[in-house]
Design a protein around this ligand. Structure first.
Ligand SMILES: *Cc1c(COP(=O)(O)O)cnc(C)c1O
Length: 362
């Protein structure tokens, strides 16, 4: 041995590829690659961040007491059952490291969020990816993949990057069929964008069971991806575990202040949800009219299916020449698709115009 080496499986992890943010040579870039909210940072949160500048020599409240109280009030939850993280990714890692490990398998869907795989392998778990049906989570196949070794099942609802949703009823039946020792993590990062009425973000299921958790984030509709703040609602025993292992000061002073202000921003969520619902449909109709298949989405993005990898790559290159960045999703096992965030009305128009032109002449 010549120097320090990590456990062998660590070097098998492919680093997370974030959505890109610049195109060389473009005067203006339109970034629709990371599902960030269409309207930037809520004004109240901007003010709270500015005010926090004088406080940041102090450590944050490690228990995020005021933020958990605000979250509890907003959703009618007991703050003692909420844990905050540096983004929900932080919490997803803690679940894997605490409940996963060697001999403790993790089950996810084939096109599920890649952090589950990265964090699961990091923890030493075997990560089992279950094929989907029509770009949607196949709950029966997931159940069949569960064995006595399974300790964690992750479901993003709606899922990124497919946009698919599992109904509240199907999710409750799935939970009831899972062994009691399996922790079900429902990742509801896009909950606020859902317009389908058979949806439960997970609160009811967490309340009804003692082995289900729900994660949420301020990175999407609340426009605070750069602050790194997320939270989970969990049974007391899981809260206890997280509070033992998480970083004691995992959420910064500015992030806590910004999140509290974002929750209080009048009409922010309503306006953003209504805009998204309208322009998700405009995007879907526009691309469909251009001859591009779009999978149904309940999120703030759509998955455009170009059938072949070459077509998807050519479409991406064509948009880039116009300064528009969307998300390649080869890392999610979907190299023939592109994921496109629902931006402003103008941005949605630029995508439709660009891809229509691509189909005609590209
Ligand atoms: C964006 C996203 C998150 C949020 O991650 P943060 O760490 O909170 O920024 C979580 N899960 C899914 C499926 C996402 O797409």
């Amino acid at each position: 041995m010549t120097g320090p080496t990590p456990r062998p499986e660590i070097l098998g992890i492919h680093p997370y590829v974030a959505g890109e943010s610049t195109v060389a040579g473009a005067n203006r870039t339109v970034k629709l690659s990371s599902n960030e909210g269409a309207f930037g940072v809520p004004p109240g949160a901007q003010a709270a961040i500015r005010e926090a500048t004088e406080e940041v020599f102090r450590y944050p409240d490690g228990g995020a007491t005021a933020l958990r109280a605000a979250l509890g009030k907003r959703w009618g939850l007991d703050p003692a059952r909420i844990v905050c993280g540096a983004g929900s990714d932080d919490l997803l890692y803690q679940f894997c490291l605490s409940y996963g490990g060697p001999g403790r398998d993790i089950v996810m869907s084939a096109h599920g969020f890649t952090i589950y795989e990265i964090a699961g392998v990091y923890a030493g778990s075997k990560v089992i990816k279950v094929p989907e049906r029509d770009m949607a989570t196949d709950l029966d196949a997931m159940l069949a993949a569960v064995s006595p070794a399974t300790r964690l099942v992750f479901i993003a609802n709606p899922n990124n990057p497919t946009g698919s949703m599992v109904s509240a009823e199907a999710l409750a039946r799935f939970r009831a069929a899972l062994p009691a020792h399996v922790l079900l993590v429902i990742d509801s990062a896009y909950a606020e964008y859902v317009t389908a009425d058979e949806y439960d973000a997970g609160i009811k299921l967490v309340d009804a069971t003692d082995n289900t958790v729900m994660t949420r984030t301020f990175s999407k509709i609340f426009g605070l991806g750069g602050m790194r703040i997320g939270w989970c609602y969990a049974p007391p025993a899981v809260v206890d575990v997280l509070n033992r292992v998480r970083g004691p000061f995992n959420v910064s002073v500015a992030a806590q202040a910004a999140a509290i202000a974002a929750l209080a921003e009048p009409g922010w969520v309503e306006h953003s949800r209504a805009h998204n619902a309208e322009f998700r449909q405009v995007m879907t109709d526009g691309l469909t009219a251009a001859g591009i298949k779009v999978w149904p989405s309940q999120g703030n993005f759509v998955l455009a299916d170009f059938v072949t990898v070459d077509k998807a790559n050519a479409a991406d290159a064509f948009l880039r020449k116009r300064g528009i960045i969307v998300r390649k999703v080869g890392g999610y096992g979907l190299p023939h698709c592109l994921r496109i965030t629902i931006g402003t009305a103008e941005e949605v128009g630029l995508i439709i115009e660009g891809l229509t032109e691509f189909v005609r002449h590209g």
